[in-house]
Design a protein around this ligand. Structure first.
Ligand code: UT7
Length: 331
């Protein structure tokens, strides 16, 4: 019998309608379009503005988009993995709610949190469940409402992040397509440089923590940038070498959209042509767990069966890694 690999067989996405442009940010904080564009590549981002709607709202929309496109009965899904850094609430699990809402009543579900690497780690988890032979349909959703944890008076963070969601379906493949190899890394040295200090078990919410703005994302951008550039480029280069892939063998780089300069540095190290580097950061900013599936969704029509794709991400923790996957279908 051929070895079972885990292939992506369907993609869906959702972004909110509300657009926050660089021009509007200029009116909120001391910044300008030119600085944001040259330092990050971002022009605008989407925000989920409706009161009472959270990460699950976008996750459900993205999953429903996938179900419709793939003509899939949600009852056939075995497992829903919800990659997110902004769950609806600390307890209960957002993924469980999402699974029930989309009608995946035969699935079990859980949340996976690895900051901006949540979706990449989720690809590894989903693929392992499939490769085990125990599960046939694993829905991996990446959704984040970053606007719920961003201080819109802090120019170091509010220019970067946006809201959005994407979903992919993993299924078994016996043609050798799907996930081929992965390098996943983490290092707790990163905790100081990118975090939300309060609201967890060390520093529970109090009047004081709210007053001190400790429920918002804090980022030492310069330090994170340094680690991100070397971390993402290192694992991407290593996974190429380990699989005897030259730059000619690679069709696409699907990299976490945190900063255009980090993506370019990774692509350069891999020796890739610009045309092979998928980019949509200008439209959405950094949507954390949603960047990778939003790229797949936006560029799905260009991907061909058998294409060699390198996925790469870097995030808080620190967490980072690269995945080598062979695309399984042509639209
Ligand atoms: O996805 C999770 C992982 N996160 C990342 O990968 C993000 C990594 N970091 C970054 O993308 C970048 O560090 C930022 C985009 C956050 C910042 O870019 P930078 O090139 O590292 O800028 P900087 O922090 O070194 O600041 C350069 C200058 C400073 O002024 P001086 O000291 O040179 O006078 C800042 O005060 O730019 C100033 N500055 C700004 N100016 C206009 C900082 N933020 C802004 C701003 N608008 N929004």
């Amino acid at each position: 019998m051929n070895k079972i690999t885990a292939a992506i067989t369907a993609v869906g996405s959702y972004v909110p309608d509300f657009v926050l442009s660089n021009q509007v940010l200029e009116t909120l904080v001391d910044t300008n379009d030119e600085w944001i564009t040259t330092r990050t590549g971002i022009k605008e981002r989407r925000l989920l503005k409706e009161e009472g709607k959270g990460t699950s709202f976008m996750a459900i929309k993205a999953a429903q988009n996938l179900l419709e496109k793939a003509n899939l009965d949600p009852k056939d899904i075995d497992l829903v993995i919800m990659a997110t850094a902004t769950p609806d609430m600390p307890v209960a699990s957002t993924g469980v709610y999402v699974a029930t809402q989309i009608g995946a009543t035969n699935a079990f579900a859980f949340d996976l949190q690895a900051a901006c690497s949540s979706f990449l780690y989720g690809m590894s988890a989903a693929s392992a469940y499939i490769a085990s032979g125990k599960y046939k349909k694993v829905l991996l959703i990446g959704s984040d409402k970053m606007s719920s944890i961003i201080d819109y008076t802090d120019r170091a963070t509010c220019i970067i992040f946006g809201d959005g969601a994407g979903a992919v379906l993993f299924e078994p493949n016996t043609e050798g397509l799907g996930l081929q190899d992965e390098i996943l890394k983490s290092d707790g040295i990163g905790r100081e440089f990118l975090k939300i200090e309060a609201g967890g078990s060390i520093l529970p919410a109090s009047e004081e923590t709210v007053k001190n703005k400790q429920h918002f994302v804090f980022q030492d951008g310069k330090t994170v940038f340094k680690y991100a550039v070397s971390g993402m480029a290192d694992v991407s280069e290593k996974i190429m070498q380990r699989n005897n892939l030259s730059h000619d063998d690679i069709n696409w780089l699907v990299a976490h959209q945190a900063n255009r300069r980090i993506i370019d540095a990774t692509a350069n190290r891999m020796g890739l042509d610009e045309a092979k580097v998928l980019i949509n950061i200008q439209k959405y900013g950094n949507t954390t767990s949603a960047t990778l599936p939003l790229l797949l969704s936006d560029f799905e029509n260009q991907l061909k069966k058998g294409d060699n794709i390198i996925f790469a991400a870097f995030g808080g923790g620190f967490t980072w890694g690269a995945i080598y996957l062979k695309w399984a279908y042509t639209k």
